[in-house]
Design a protein around this ligand. Structure first.
Ligand code: GRF
Length: 194
């Protein structure tokens, strides 16, 4: 039995790397028959793709600008993802809004990490907005993906303090360390029971 995980990224892929490393350290293959089967990006130059290749994980990239519509892009993406028949599709810094058709196709097996304590600060620039609002705490949320942006059942959250003098960058770095802890934990829980 092969429980494939497909991870979608757009950038550095540090969450993706955290999940791959957790899978190795936690022996997910032996324990659950689970593996990160592919890493797919909408940007060919995404740093995370090179990392994945170095770790012998199949990669693919689809330039969204090459497709006439969002639906066409999502259809190409779905075709590639479905080659791996994944039990879980993990959005890890994937900076594209997906079509309702895509979301419906992967219903129940599509998750995302968002760098705020949802339902606060859905959308972009979460760290600056938390600082501007005078928040004493910030954090991150792993949630199921539904058609509405940054909504869907919350699977885990982590909290960090906002420190005096924080910039969006220093706060983002503090939140990211927690993302790397909770995202692999949620993925492990889901593949264990998939
Ligand atoms: C993370 O903060 C994630 O929550 C956000 O984009 C960032 C991606 O970082 N959506 P990385 O590519 O996993 O390093």
């Amino acid at each position: 039995m092969n429980k494939n995980i497909v991870i979608l990224i757009s950038g550095g892929g540090s969450n993706m790397a955290a999940i791959v490393q957790a899978a190795q350290k936690g022996h997910w293959r032996e324990r659950f028959g689970a593996q990160v089967a592919a890493v797919i990006s909408n940007k060919a130059e995404a740093g995370g793709l090179a990392w994945a290749r170095e770790h012998h994980i199949p990669t693919a990239s689809f330039d969204h600008k090459a497709y006439p519509s969002r639906e066409d892009f999502d259809a190409a993406l779905m075709e590639e993802i479905d080659r791996f028949a994944p039990v879980l599709v993990v959005l890890a810094g994937f900076m594209r809004i997906l079509t309702p058709g895509f979301v419906a196709h992967y219903e129940g097996r599509l998750i995302n990490i968002h760098p705020s304590l949802l339902p606060a600060f859905a959308g972009l620039q979460t760290h600056q907005r938390a600082i501007d609002a005078g928040c004493r705490f910030a954090g991150c949320t792993v949630h199921r993906v539904t058609a509405e942006l940054d909504h869907g059942e919350y699977l885990d959250q982590a909290v960090v303090p906002v420190m005096p003098g924080d910039t969006a960058q220093t706060l983002a770095a503090r939140v990211l360390t927690q993302e790397h802890l909770i995202y692999p934990r949620v993925v492990e829980r889901l593949v264990a029971t998939a």
